[in-house]
Design a protein around this ligand. Sequence first.
Ligand code: M6R
Length: 366
Amino acid sequence: EKGGFDHFMLKEIFEQPQTIFDCMRGRLNAVNGTITMAGIQQYAEQIINANRIIIIACGTSWHAGLVAEYIFEELCRINVEVEYASEFRYRNPIINKGDVILAVSQSGETADTLVAIEKAKEKGAIILGVVNVVGSSIARISHGGAYTHAGPEIGVASTKAFTAQLVVLTMIALKIAYIKGSIDENRYKKLLLELDAIPEKVAWILNHHEQIKTIAQKYKDARDFLYLGRGYNFPVALEGALKLKEISYIHAEGYPAAEMKHGPIALVDEQLPVVFIASRDAFHEKIISNMQEIKARKGKVIGIITEGDETSKALCDDFISIPEADEIVAPMLAVVPLQLLSYYIGVAKDCNVDQPRNLAKSVTVE
Ligand code: M6R
């Protein structure tokens, strides 16, 4: 059942080239320049005319929502808010008729997310689900949406569901931007091709897993980790830190790299590994200077960098390369080494990686 892998988590990480492909199959046609998603298409007008989109989720799914916020705002020029379901539901949120809610959930059973969308539905919002489990409660209560089609995820730590969420949310943003006319035709076509190339690029990263295992051995006894990223990669930093905490029980924090100066930099000493999600993008020079700041304080820099980026490499104590990609799709690649890093550290520490202590696969209590 684990298909020759030691753990479900590893199996699911390695399934990603296939699950990402499955998630685009029959939907994305890069040659014709089309994205087919009936459950979104139906609500396209409402989405375009919405005052705002509210993305509601918990945990890893919330991180996917944060990436989507950046993508939607950039490509669709629609106002987006991302909310923790638990916070959203317990205040008296302002929802106007015609607001569009995107509920993101692997299980489709997370209690807080479910109640949050029930409330919003009563107030007249349109609910669109981005859900993995077919026929789950969140899928049923939603007006429309799109399944992630990642297949059953057994490991408590979400891996393949996260990358599938990123793919679906990106396809939704592209579809809406195209209908709205807020994206340039060339950029649209380029991004379709970029998505198309993701499974192959993820497979490339997975082929380099031995190198990540070596890095895991080197840092497994660290007491704390810091994860830093900017822009589209900021939520990837949060996700990397969450994966490490839950799998290895090492304290880890994710931050937008520029926030470091506002407090967390006080933590930096020669003991502290700092993981930079530093793939080449519009913010690259900025993140390089953040890396220099950590080096100057003797922190250990572990970089997730674009293949061939010698400038970043020179600043890293250790690095993991990922293939070149447009910044919008880069999180789908950058997260994969972070999943593997936490997996290998967890295994090296003899942790129960498939079922970390105190955690449940779906949180059906409030
Ligand atoms: O099933 P959901 O996506 O609604 O679950 C939300 C979170 O409980 C979940 O993403 C959790 O954070 C992950 N299992 C962590 O790896």
